[in-house]
Design a protein around this ligand. Structure first.
Ligand code: SF4
Length: 293
C-alpha cells in the first residue's frame, strides 16, 4: 500500500485494511496531539483511492479484506456523498467486505445529521471513534478540543441516534494534578451521557513539539503519578453510569491493563483498582516512550 507519512489507527483495527481517504486532520489544533502536525490536510481523489484499492486487492487478495479503517485523523469530514461513493468502491473491490470504521472529530460529526450517519452506517460505516478525552469544560478548553462538553455530547448523539456504534476515548492525566479529580468525575459523567458501545482509556504521554509537552516541561501542568492516575481512573469508572459498554483500558500507554463489561463488571474493575492503588508492592507496567505508542 502507498501511505503518506505515519498512519495511525485504533488498536482494535489491527486487522483492518487502512485506506488513507484524507491526509492529516482538518482541525489539527488539539494541544496534546502530534499525529498530524507535519501533514497539510487534504482529501484524496477518487482516482488515488481506486488505485490504492487495486494495489491492496493485488497484494493482499480481494477476498481477504473484510474490514477497512478510513484514515487519517478525521476522514468523516469528507462530504457524505463522497464517503458513500467510497464505500461503494470498497464493496466493488472487496467481495467479503463487512464494515468500515473511522476517527470522528467532534467538528466533523457536528457537520453531519443523524440521517447522514444512518446512510453511512447502512452503506457499511457502522463504527466511529470519538476522541472525547475529558468531560470537564476547563480541561476541554485548555486542550483546545474546539467544542464544549455539551457539543461533544451532541456530536456523539449523531452516532448513537443513527443506531451506529460509538467508541469513545478518554485521556487519563490530561487535567494534570490540579484538575485530576474534577476531570475524572466529569469524564465519567460525559461517558454516561453518551452511553457508548465502547469506551477506552489512554494515559496522556506528552509528545515533544506539542503545546501540552511545553506546558509539562515548563511546569504549568504537573502530571499525576502512576497511582494517582489509577485513582483518577477509579473515579472516572465509578462515575460511568452506562447501559452496556465494553470498557478497554489495555492500551500500551496505561500502567495497568484492565477492562470489563459495564455495568456488569464495574465492581470487579473498581476492586482491582482499589487493590493496586493500595498495595504499592504490585508492580505496574513500564510505559513506552511516545514514539513507541
Ligand atoms: S481532532 Fe483528533 S487528530 Fe485532530 S488534532 Fe485533535 S486529537 Fe489530533
Amino acid at each position: 500500500m502507498r501511505y503518506e507519512g505515519t498512519v495511525y489507527r485504533p488498536p482494535s483495527e489491527a486487522n483492518s485494511l487502512i485506506l488513507q481517504a484524507t491526509i492529516g486532520c482538518s482541525y489539527n489544533r488539539c494541544t496534546y496531539c502530534a499525529m498530524y502536525l507535519e501533514k497539510r490536510f487534504r482529501q484524496r481523489s477518487r482516482e488515488d483511492l481506486l488505485e490504492d484499492m487495486a494495489i491492496a486487492s493485488d497484494t493482499l487478495g480481494a477476498q481477504s479484506v473484510r474490514r477497512v479503517f478510513l484514515a487519517d485523523g478525521d476522514a468523516l469530514i469528507m462530504r457524505t456523498s463522497r464517503l458513500l461513493k467510497l464505500l461503494e468502491d470498497v464493496r466493488d473491490h472487496f467481495p467479503n467486505f463487512q464494515s468500515a470504521s473511522v476517527y470522528a472529530s467532534p467538528q466533523s460529526l457536528l457537520s453531519k445529521s443523524v440521517q447522514e450517519i444512518r446512510e453511512l452506517k447502512e452503506a457499511g460505516l457502522p463504527l466511529y471513534y470519538l476522541g472525547t478525552e475529558t468531560g470537564h469544560p476547563t480541561v476541554m478548553e485548555r486542550i483546545a478540543k474546539g467544542v464544549t462538553p455539551a457539543q461533544m455530547v451532541d456530536a456523539a448523539s449523531r452516532i448513537t441516534g443513527a443506531g451506529a456504534k460509538l467508541s469513545v476515548i478518554m485521556l487519563l492525566g490530561i487535567g494534570g494534578t490540579e484538575l485530576s479529580r474534577e476531570h475524572a468525575v466529569e469524564s465519567g459523567r460525559i461517558v454516561s451521557a453518551m452511553d457508548p458501545r465502547f469506551v477506552s482509556t489512554l494515559t496522556i504521554t506528552p509528545v515533544p513539539g506539542t503545546k501540552f509537552h511545553e506546558d509539562v516541561e515548563s511546569g504549568r501542568v504537573e502530571l499525576p503519578g502512576e497511582r494517582e492516575t489509577l485513582q483518577e481512573l477509579r473515579t472516572m469508572v465509578e462515575h460511568m453510569d452506562v447501559t452496556r459498554t465494553v470498557y478497554r483500558g489495555n492500551h500500551a500507554s496505561n500502567s495497568l491493563p484492565i477492562g470489563g463489561i459495564l455495568p456488569r463488571q464495574k465492581d470487579e474493575v473498581l476492586a482491582v483498582l482499589d487493590r493496586v492503588i493500595a498495595d504499592t508492592r504490585i508492580p505496574l507496567r513500564t510505559r513506552p516512550s511516545p514514539r513507541h505508542l
